[in-house]
Unconditional design. Structure first.
Length: 90
């Protein structure tokens, strides 16, 4: 198979970042609801870890079908994972 290498697109990256932000808003709302509005650093770090999980899962699946899109999900997933771990461990 001859894979076509597509150039990096900031539009695609911004759309995937928007999708990740929407997941983060949902995770924050659920965490706020279950913690009675008490949001500490550990909870915020967990929200970032929750934001990284869908990106990593979708990126893994897209690796089979659309490898050019997988890199965008990897960027957002690893960034959220790193931020979440830094916040939790600080």
């Amino acid at each position: 198979m001859n894979a076509v290498k597509r150039p990096f697109s900031f539009k695609t990256l911004s759309l995937i970042i928007f999708l990740t932000i929407l997941v983060g808003i949902g995770a924050y709302a659920v965490a706020w609801q279950f913690n009675d509005g008490k949001m500490g650093l550990k909870v915020i770090g967990s929200v970032f870890l929750g934001m990284s999980l869908p990106s990593l899962l979708m990126g893994g699946v897209l690796r089979l079908f659309r490898p050019d899109l997988q890199r965008y999900f990897a960027i957002t997933g690893l960034t959220c994972l790193f931020i979440g771990l830094v916040i939790i461990l600080s």
